[in-house]
Design a protein around this ligand. Structure first.
Ligand code: DOR
Ligand code: ZN
Length: 359
């Protein structure tokens, strides 16, 4: 007799997930966006690209405090802070931040690669003393992996980075733990699979859902503009198979990056997609479409802690098969306190899952 495929479940219980890459911003915008992350995720690696960036232990400590003030304590949310690497940052400051439990990881932005990256690293070789320190103390390096040369096509900047920067860096520092953030290409998928166990990657929900055509469908669509920019369909398919493969080198990092609507719908619009409010539902949609719902927990809740050497969360959450329409607009305030609109990822679309709130 032919075997009957198991019916897809209507409820999915998983260990509470973590977001290994998020932008929580600051000021009133932080108040508006942080609860969406804290409601679902137990921990989040918080990006340091504020203005000015988080480069000192005191700044990291103070920012962590502002985040904790912005979310209800009952959610039990832990922000994991990162230090923003510059050409001149003192390795001793980073090591102290790590030893004092303030900094979990360091973030490498190549200078001018993206939002608030002007103070980033202009020459990777200037970072050698920092990389030696990270390697020695076992502190992960998180990388925005794009070259910034204007003559390199924007769709090729990630692939060129692998060859010109990342490969030599890993050879110079074989014991350094590296997360290649928000990967967007089949080249990165392949690179990560073939590299040693010290290299992992995060994958965003938007890069699993959209390819570059989304930015141009019927006109220019700033809501789908982010960095690294979405690539061709073949790359999206490679990301989907990596995320759903069960390979522990791939884990959840939303790169939720809110900008007020007016800053995106502008002649020079900001890069970033605000996906935090429906992030887990968005991933669940992909895993279901790929017939891999049984692998969502690994990707969302287990692989990240294993790579970072942290315990998995004890709490559990439930995804319920229940359709909901994502609001076309959300409301908040910008960093200066003015009322702004935010357009969430999947605005106006129907999603098939809903996260049941934590008790
Ligand atoms: O799209 C992006 N937005 N990519 C980044 O790397 C930064 C982020 C932001 O901070 O807006
Ligand atoms: Zn980011």
């Amino acid at each position: 007799m032919a075997s009957v495929p198991a019916a897809a479940p209507d409820r999915l219980s998983l260990r509470r997930p973590d977001d290994w890459h998020v932008h929580l911003r600051d000021g009133a915008l932080l108040q508006a966006v942080a609860p969406a992350t804290a409601r679902v995720f137990a921990r989040a690696i918080v990006m340091p690209n504020l203005s000015p960036p988080v480069t000192t232990v005191e700044q990291g400590r103070a920012y962590r405090e502002r985040i904790l003030q912005a979310v209800p304590a009952s959610l039990g949310f832990t922000p994991l802070m990162t230090a923003y690497l510059t050409d001149t940052i003192d390795p001793a400051e980073i090591a102290r931040g790590h030893a004092e439990g303030v900094f979990t990881a360091c973030k490498l932005y190549p200078a001018h690669a993206t939002t608030n990256s002007a103070a980033g690293v202009s020459d990777i070789m200037r970072l050698e003393p920092v990389l030696d320190t990270l390697e020695r103390i076992g502190m992960p390096l998180l990388i925005h992996g794009e070259v910034t040369d204007a003559e390199i096509d924007i769709f090729d900047r990630e692939a060129v980075f692998l060859e010109r920067v990342l490969d030599p860096l890993l050879q110079r520092h074989p014991a350094l733990k590296v997360v290649l953030e928000h990967i967007t290409t089949s080249d990165s998928v392949q690179f990560v699979i073939e590299a040693g166990p010290n290299l992992a990657a995060t994958i965003t929900p938007h890069h699993l859902h959209i390819n570059r055509n989304a930015m141009f469908k019927g006109g220019l669509r700033p809501d789908f503009y982010c960095l690294p920019v979405a690539k061709r369909e073949l790359h999206r398919l490679a990301l989907r198979s990596a995320a759903t493969s069960g390979n522990p080198k791939f884990f959840l990092g939303t790169d939720s990056a809110p900008h007020p609507r007016h800053a995106k719908e502008s002649a020079c619009g900001c890069a970033g997609i605000y996906n935090a409010p429906f992030a887990l539902e968005s991933y669940a949609e992909v895993f279901e479409q790929e017939g891999a719902l049984d692998r969502l927990e690994g990707f969302a809740s287990l692989h990240g802690p294993a790579f970072y050497g942290l315990p998995v969360n004890r709490q559990r959450i439930t995804l319920v098969r229940e359709s909901q329409v994502v609001p076309p607009r959300l409301h908040g305030n910008d960093a200066a306190g003015s009322a702004v609109e935010l357009v969430p990822f999947h605005a106006g679309e129907r999603l098939g899952w809903r996260v049941e709130l934590l008790d």
